[in-house]
Unconditional design. Structure first.
Length: 277
């Protein structure tokens, strides 16, 4: 059966519009009986306020997730924890969406992702997410479940889990202890802190610039031979590179020799000053 999370929400909304339209819309939809049942089972309205809800990656979530999740994704990319993107399995505002989630995804905050290795969970926590690994069973797929710590858009069930989080318990029936880093910062504070940590100070930039200059001058990195094998700075064609000081020294000598030759030419070409009348 087609469910709302399997197709593009815009398409889904259009189908709903067609289905619920009081006058038949001449159209192009091929709804199956199962599609219609799924549409009728959809919640009549979304929880929370319109201003907290954001269309995001094929679903709906709250402003906190929409702001924080792409940041987490960029950090995981930078740190080599993922290759291209986070795998989002479930977002929010899905009343009745997944029975196993127990209503935690009815409103905002709660997010399921495929990134649940120990190091990935650590990264989520560093950036203020309460992500925990969820196992099979009772869930259909291994995933990380959690929300941005401090998100005010949680459903009633989500708030229950937040209370459990504050008590260092895992939010499941088992009420087991949370594995890994705890407590964690609020998501927005964590994001600001990480941005500051990543930013280079002026003195850092100065140091880097000085190091580059030092390295360039120390490096044996100027090609001495053209593509045709003609030596440029030294006559030894077996010397494929020369140091920059050598290159500058040789270039200076050649320029001096050229200047002397030009001076000599000019002296030869300039007629003697006319004799005083
Ligand atoms: Zn979940
Ligand atoms: Zn939120």
């Amino acid at each position: 059966m087609t469910t709302p999370d399997m197709i593009d929400p815009e398409v889904w909304e259009h189908r709903r519009e067609v289905l619920l339209s009081p006058t038949p819309i001449v159209g192009t939809l091929d709804l199956t009986a199962d599609d219609i049942l799924a549409l009728l089972a959809e919640p009549a309205q979304l929880l929370g306020s319109a201003s907290e809800r954001v269309r995001f990656r094929g679903g709906i979530t709250c402003t906190c997730v929409a702001e924080s999740l792409p940041f987490v994704e960029q950090v995981m990319l930078d740190e080599g924890l993922i290759k291209s993107n986070l795998d989002v399995y479930q977002l929010g505002y899905r009343v009745g969406g997944t029975a196993a989630s127990g209503g935690t995804h009815d409103r905002g905050g709660c997010t399921d992702c495929g990134q649940y290795s120990d190091r990935q969970i650590e990264c989520w926590r560093d950036l203020g997410w309460t992500m925990q690994k969820r196992y099979v069973p009772p869930f259909d797929a291994y995933h990380a479940h959690g929300w941005p710590n401090g998100c005010p858009h949680l459903s009633a069930a989500g708030r229950g889990q937040a209370t459990q989080w504050a008590n260092h318990t895992n939010g499941l029936v088992s009420r087991a202890r949370i594995q890994g880093k705890w407590p964690i910062p609020k998501w927005d504070a964590a994001m600001k802190q990480k941005e500051q940590d990543m930013a280079l100070s002026d003195s850092d930039i100065e140091k880097v610039a000085n190091l580059v200059v030092e390295k360039v001058f120390a490096a044996d990195a100027i090609p001495n031979v053209t593509a045709e094998g003609v030596p440029i700075f030294t006559s030894n064609a077996k010397n494929p590179t020369v140091t920059i000081p050598t290159a500058l020294d040789r270039t200076g000598r050649k320029l001096n020799a050229l200047q002397a030759a030009v001076d000599a030419l000019q002296a030869a070409a300039t007629p003697d000053a006319p004799a005083a009348p």
